[in-house]
Design a protein around this ligand. Sequence first.
Ligand SMILES: [Zn+2]
Length: 98
Amino acid sequence: MGCPGPDVFHELVAGRLPHGERETIADHAGSCDECRAVLGALFDVEPEKVDRYTIAKRIGAGAMGTVYEAHDPELDRKVAIKVLQGKEASGSSGGDGY
Ligand SMILES: [Zn+2]
């Protein structure tokens, strides 16, 4: 197969691709420098800080957005925040109530 288009990469990052397609792209990227570079760039754009929270790790992703485990320096505790697709942070009022 040829290189997946930008739409495919977008869906991949958004977590909307079916498992089989993700594998196909991973396979392809393994032997295609161009796509490997694209994937690297895409997954590097994950935020490390959202508002005052420091992102620890990603714990989930869905159609609505991505859920991160983060540290709240004001309360000095762990929180879970959700980052909606195509938007800035939206988890500041929700804290860990997901
Ligand atoms: Zn390729």
